[in-house]
Structures are given as structure tokens and as C-alpha cells.
Design a protein around this ligand. Structure first.
Ligand code: ATP
Length: 352
């Protein structure tokens, strides 16, 4: 396994930038998710790593080997990069059994049969497919087919595994069990994995770190916990997790930390910027308390199973979100106590 390094990598299609000067490192053995809205450049970045496309600018290295360099026109072919790729569509050979599908890359490389068989056995075991070796792809479920695709990319013992929305075609229950399978697989093999998705729950559930992308740039690369608790821009605050972003004014920095005015009340805030302008209020920052300093009206109540999501409008006009253990009704007036929210710089100082 190896780390993947991108240095000032840009990709233009007919003059339009799909990726704008991305510099980042995927650590050796890391599970990195690329997360962002449709068209933000996730698949483009993955295709550049795989070698299916060449960068317009910049350099890409896999371990110590430079595999692409726009200036010197170095461009190592995909099959020479030793990278595994799993797509949304499984691309299995319909006329071959599972075993033969999995072993096909080794057949092409003319590996001796005993070694081939041993590697196929290991790949089938890593993906819990041992009972299905003699089946045809048409006799498998969608999740099982995707596991065959993963096993097939494993037999070559790749340096890294790139996955482009591999669960997008599967139903919700199957996605959850496949997420566990990918996490297990990652733990057992220690493979460097880059996983493209636009589903934040999927990224949060599996990734060591998430690169949040927008308009062809990585706007924040952090652990799932840090992205949720300490977003660096309004875009990340709103894209990751639930909650509301509201304006704040009059920040002072004292011995007790920073204080600011938001929702018409003076409050302690957590921040690492000198000039916060916005606060990210997660549901857990708001507690229903009759004597709380903020008044709000319940607009909508949604049952989430064991608790309710409340969409609120504060007396000062901002939309807020919290949760409640008991059912309230639209139109109810409630009081809210606030715990210190995370404060952000103004939008024009970020990539949002
Ligand atoms: P999605 O989640 O919808 O798959 P994405 O984040 O993976 O989106 P990309 O597929 O990387 O986005 O596309 C980034 C931008 O580059 C988009 O505006 C897309 O239209 C454009 N693009 C991608 N491939 C090509 C191509 N071969 N020719 C022209 N434009 C392209």
C-alpha cells in the first residue's frame, strides 16, 4: 500500500475547470471519502488517480512513483499503476462463474494456477463470498455482485482501491450491510481507499477522513467529527449534518473565551477565527427550556423514531432545528437554552 499525493492538480474540459489546483495527500492505509454535490469534481479526481484521464496542470504520485505530470507529460497507464477500481456498475463477465470473474486479472497475467487459486480463495474470503464461487453473476443479488467486483480488484494486490459510488444502485438495507463489509475489508487489509459518494451518512460511517468538495476544490479535509463540530465555512456547516447557520455580531475575546450576540441573546461561542460572523447551531446546541432566553415557534414536527425533529422560527426570524423526546404541535411557542455554538468567518473569506 502507499500514499497518494496530488500537487496543484487541475483538470479542464474544453476550457471549463472541473478541478482547480487540488493539493492533497491520501495517507498510506487511509480510508478517504470524497464527498460533495453533483458536478463538484469527485469522479474527475478519482479518474485522474486511476489514470483514465490526464491532469491539465500539476503532478500525481503513488508512493515514490510519479504517475502523472502535466509539465513533463509523464503519464503512467492505468494498468501499470496497480490500482483497483470499483464502479457503480459491476462490469462482471456474465458467462463466467464468480471464481473465474475474480481470477480473470490473474489469468491475463498468466500467473501459475496454484498461486492463482490461492489468491482467488483469499479474495473470496475477504469479501465473504466463499459459498458463491461456482455461481453465475445472474444468480447473485446486487450486493453480492458488488462484492465480486471488489474481490476481483483485490486479487491483484493493488496499491490502492478507488471506489466510485459503488453502492448507488443498492437499496437502503443492503447499503448498510455493504458499508459494514467495506469497513471490515479496510480494517483487515489496511488498503489505502478513496471512496466517492454524495451521501454524507455513507462517508461519515466509513471514512477516516472526508474531503468535502465544491466547485472543483477541496473546501475542507478533516475527520467526520471535526467536519461536524468545527466546519470552516458556511458551505461545510450546511452540507454536513443537521442544523442552522445564523448571523452573529459584537464578538469579544476574554479570559472565558469568545462571546457574541446571536438570536438576540449574549452567548459564549467556540471559534478559531478572530472575526466570527456566523454561528453553526446543531440540534444539540438547542435545549427546550421554558425559561430559556430564546423564544421560538414550532413550524413542523417530524417523527424520527424515538424522537421528533422540530423545525422552528426564532422570535428574531431565523430558521432553527432541534430535537425533542415528546411530540409538540405546529404553532406551539417554546423557550430555548443555547450551549456554545461553533462560530465561522464571513462567507467571502472561505471557499463556499
Ligand atoms: P456526480 O456526483 O454527479 O457524479 P462529480 O462530483 O463526480 O458529480 P464530475 O463527474 O467529476 O463530478 O464532473 C465535474 C465537472 O466536470 C462537471 O461539471 C462535469 O459536467 C464536467 N465533466 C466531467 N467529465 C467531463 C467530460 N468528459 N467532458 C466535459 N465535461 C466533463
Amino acid at each position: 500500500m502507499a500514499e497518494l499525493t496530488l500537487t496543484q492538480v487541475a483538470k479542464h474540459f474544453g476550457g471549463t475547470p472541473a478541478l482547480k489546483s487540488v493539493t492533497t495527500t491520501v495517507r498510506d492505509g487511509e480510508f478517504l471519502a470524497l464527498l460533495g454535490p453533483s458536478g463538484c469534481g469527485k469522479s474527475t479526481l478519482l479518474r485522474l488517480l486511476a489514470g483514465f484521464d490526464q491532469p491539465t496542470e500539476g503532478r500525481i504520485s503513488i508512493g515514490a512513483q510519479e504517475v502523472a505530470n502535466a509539465a513533463t507529460r509523464v503519464n503512467v497507464a492505468p494498468e501499470a499503476r496497480n490500482i483497483g477500481f470499483v464502479f457503480q456498475s459491476y462490469a462482471l463477465w456474465p458467462h463466467m462463474t464468480v471464481r473465474r470473474n475474480v481470477g480473470y486479472p490473474l489469468e491475463i497475467r498468466r500467473l501459475p494456477k496454484p498461486e492463482r487459486e490461492a489468491r482467488i480463495d483469499a479474495a473470496l474470503a475477504a469479501t465473504a463470498l466463499e459459498p458463491f464461487g461456482d455461481r453465475m453473476p445472474s444468480d447473485l443479488s446486487g450486493g453480492q455482485r458488488q462484492r465480486v467486483a471488489l474481490a476481483r480488484c483485490l486479487v491483484s494486490d493493488p496499491t490502492a482501491v478507488l471506489l466510485d459510488e459503488p453502492l448507488a444502485n443498492l437499496d437502503v438495507a443492503l447499503r448498510a450491510s455493504m458499508q459494514e463489509m467495506f469497513s471490515d475489508f479496510h480494517r483487515r487489509t489496511g488498503a489505502t481507499m478513496v471512496y466517492v459518494t454524495h451521501d454524507q451518512a455513507e462517508a461519515m460511517a466509513m471514512a477516516d477522513r472526508i474531503a468535502v468538495m465544491n466547485h472543483g476544490a477541496i473546501v475542507q479535509l478533516d475527520t467526520p467529527e471535526a467536519l461536524y463540530a468545527r466546519p470552516r465555512s458556511r458551505f461545510v456547516a450546511e452540507f454536513i449534518g443537521e442544523g442552522a447557520v445564523v448571523p452573529l455580531t459584537g464578538t469579544t475575546h476574554g479570559d472565558q473565551g469568545a462571546e457574541a450576540t446571536l438570536l438576540g441573546t449574549r452567548l459564549q461561542v467556540e471559534t478559531d477565527t478572530q472575526q466570527p460572523a456566523l454561528a453553526c447551531l446543531r440540534p444539540e446546541n438547542l435545549t427546550i427550556a421554558e425559561s430559556g432566553p430564546v423564544r421560538a415557534r414550532v413550524e413542523r414536527v417530524t417523527y424520527l423514531g424515538g424522537r421528533y425533529r422540530l423545525d422552528l422560527t426564532a422570535a428574531s426570524g431565523e430558521a432553527l432545528v432541534t430535537q425533542s423526546a415528546t411530540r409538540l404541535s405546529p404553532g406551539d411557542q417554546i423557550g430555548l437554552a443555547l450551549s456554545a455554538p461553533w462560530a465561522l468567518p464571513p462567507p467571502d473569506r472561505t471557499h463556499s
